[in-house]
Structures are given as structure tokens and as C-alpha cells.
Design a protein. Sequence first.
Length: 74
Amino acid sequence: MCLALPGKIIKIEDKTGVVEIMGVTREVSLELIRNYQIGDYVLIHAGCAIQKIDEEEAEKTIELFKELKEIGNE
């Protein structure tokens, strides 16, 4: 099973981006997607952005991960 997290691109240098994922920033490869820009949401898997997604879908997914985290802390 693969798991991809949504992140927001906040910085771009060549084919590398910095994304914010639930308050944490990480460098990721942008080589697998096209037409990206700062502010876009992307799915991140194994250090690579694998797909662009819209903001609404990203926010829904982030909320689900937050709920899972809360359940795990009970």
C-alpha cells in the first residue's frame, strides 16, 4: 500500500521544491509533474511530488490525517 501526503509548494529551485506538509517543510523532487508553481498543492510520496491536486481536495485529506492522528493518540 502506498501513502501520499498533500503539501503546498512554497519555494521552487530548478526541479526541486520546498513544500509545507501539515506545518512541516520538506524538499521534494518536482521532476514527475509539470506546470507547477508556488501555491500549488501536490501529493508527495517517497520524496517526490507525484500529482497536482486542488486546494479543496488537499484540505479534505489533511483533515483526515489530523483525525487519524487524534485517534492514534487516544
